[in-house]
Ligand binder design. Structure first.
Ligand code: SF4
Length: 188
C-alpha cells in the first residue's frame, strides 16, 4: 500500500481518537455524524500553490461541484510539510473576498477613473505597447559601433510560480525582443 505522510497522519489521528475515546466509553456516533458534515466532505483534492511569495508552499484546494470550498497546507509537500504562514492560511478568504478583482481594469492617461476591460482588449494593448516601445527604442549599436540590439525602456519581472523550464522559455522570448533589464521575485 502506498501510504503518504498525509494518509498516515489521518490514520494515526483517527486510530488514536477512536481508541482513547472509545475505550473511555464515549459514544462516537455524534462525532462521526458531525465529521460527515465537514465542509470538505465529498470534495475533490486539487494540488495548488500559495501565490504570495517565492517559498511556493503547496496547498490542497478542496473543490466541490466546480467550486472551491476550502484550502489547507499539503502535509506531503517537503517544503512546507502542511504548514502555512498567516498569508497562506488566509488564502481561501482571498477567493471569497468581494473586493477581489476578476477582470482587467484600465486607467487611461490623465484619467482618474478605472474602466473594466476584457482580456482580449488587454492582451492586445500589452502586445501593441511592447511592440511600439521596441520599435521606438531599439539600440542596434553602442557608441563603439558594436552590435548590441537592445531595448533599455522595457523591463521584465519574473514570478516564482514559473518552473525552471517556463523561466527558460520566458527568458528566451524576452531576450529575443532585445530586453536586457529583468529581475525575478524569487531572488528576493
Ligand atoms: S504560505 Fe507564506 S511562506 Fe508559504 S508561499 Fe505562502 S506566503 Fe510564502
Amino acid at each position: 500500500m502506498n501510504t503518504t505522510r498525509r494518509s498516515f497522519l489521518k490514520l494515526m489521528s483517527v486510530s488514536a481518537v477512536g481508541l482513547s475515546l472509545g475505550q473511555l466509553g464515549f459514544d462516537l456516533a455524534e462525532a462521526q455524524a458531525y465529521a460527515s458534515k465537514l465542509k470538505i466532505e465529498g470534495a475533490k483534492e486539487v494540488g495548488s500553490v500559495c501565490p504570495f511569495c517565492s517559498v511556493c508552499c503547496q496547498i490542497i484546494a478542496y473543490v466541490r461541484n466546480g467550486k472551491l470550498v476550502s484550502t489547507e497546507g499539503d502535509p506531503d509537500f517537503p517544503v512546507n510539510e502542511g504548514a502555512l504562514c498567516a498569508k497562506g492560511a488566509a488564502l481561501f478568504s482571498m477567493y471569497t473576498n468581494p473586493h477581489r478583482l476578476t477582470k482587467p481594469l484600465y486607467r487611461a492617461p490623465h484619467s482618474d477613473k478605472w474602466v473594466e476591460k476584457d482580456w482580449e482588449w488587454t492582451m492586445n494593448q500589452i502586445a501593441r505597447r511592447v511592440k511600439d516601445a521596441r520599435d521606438k527604442d531599439m539600440i542596434l549599436k553602442n557608441e563603439k559601433g558594436q552590435t548590441v540590439n537592445r531595448v533599455d525602456s522595457l523591463f521584465m519581472m519574473g514570478t516564482s510560480h514559473a518552473s525552471n523550464e517556463e523561466c527558460a522559455v520566458i527568458h528566451q522570448a524576452i531576450r529575443s525582443l532585445g530586453m536586457v533589464q529583468m529581475d525575478h521575485q524569487a531572488r528576493v
